[in-house]
Each structure stands twice: as C-alpha cells, then as structure tokens.
Design a protein around this ligand. Sequence first.
Ligand code: VGL
Ligand code: ZN
Length: 199
Amino acid sequence: MTHALIVIDVQNDFCPGGALAVADGDQIVPGINALMGAFDAVILTQDWHPAGHSSFASSHPRAEAFSMVEMPYGPQVLWPDHCVQGSTGAAFHPGLNTDRADLIIRKGFRPAIDSYSAFFENDHQTPTGLEGYLRTRGVSDLTMVGLATDFCVQYSALDAARLGFTVTVREGLCRAIDLDGSLAAAREAMRSQGIGLME
Ligand code: VGL
Ligand code: ZN
C-alpha cells in the first residue's frame, strides 16, 4: 500500500488577513507539518489564477462576491480576487513545510474555468494530471487536509473516491468557508461516497 498526503491550498489568501480568508485557516499548519513524515508521498496543491479570472466577482459587471453565476460548465460561486499568480496571497503559508513536498500541483490557471479539485477542473472533465502522477507512483490511498473543507478539499476527495482511491479526510486539519450550509452538505456528500472522515 502506498499512501500519499494531499495538502490542499494552504496559501496566504485562505488564511487570516488574506483575500478569501478561512476562519482559523492558519491553525492547521503545525499539525499538517507534523503529519508529513508518516506518508510515502507528500503533494501540495496551489490555487493559481491569472488576474481577471472568470471566478472573480470583479470580472463580472455588478456581481457581488459570494453570489452565484451560471458558467458554460455549470453553477459557479463568484469569489473575491484571490491567489493571483505570483502574488503574496498565492504563496504558501510561510509556516508550511514545503521542503517535504514531492510534487506541487497548480490549478485554476485557465481563465475561463475554475478548478476546485486537485484532479479535474470544475467541468469535471479537464484533468490536472494528478491522477496519472499518483497511478504511475503506485499510490492507492490518499489522506487529504487543507483549505477549504467544503470547496477544494471536498471536490478533491469526491473525485479521488470516484477514481478508485481509498480516501480519508482529516477534518481537524481542514477549515471550512461554510456558505449557506456548504460544510454540512460537503460532509454528507463525502460520507455517502465512502470517504473516511477522521478528526
Ligand atoms: C478555494 C474558493 C476558490 C479553495 C479555491 O481552496 O477551497 N475556494 N478557490
Ligand atoms: Zn480559487
């Protein structure tokens, strides 16, 4: 059994003071660092949007942040500008141990489509390449931690389970945005797909 730790989007913009701050997002950093040594592989994801990305409310006239729009690929939340390529907000939290990472996978870099999942963009079809990387390394089991539980962690975990990986989400090492009950919905969706939810 080969077990990888997938650390989702532990970036400045998702931590207190950032553009799309998740409450207590920074609190998970020491626990994630401490966990890294127990895995055969450590992979970090990095939300990485060009300026003017279509998921930014600022790219849509009169749209408010956290409202919904219909995109060609389905419904999409509009976010404050965040994780712009090369910005301080897009950098990893300075406390995160990035030296231990075997792979850093960036996502959300195509202007017209968002990518919550580490595996597929929000059309659920365009691959990021992570599946091939994991399979060619013989990885069967994934543990996921990071930000945010109800968006990028959930989408990554659901795609991984659908692809046949055995998936555990360590909820104590995740934090949620929780828009309109999205955390409860995410927990239910993950549980129903056989994803292990652990503290
Ligand atoms: C995320 C919203 C927009 C996340 C990324 O990492 O959960 N959420 N971009
Ligand atoms: Zn994003």
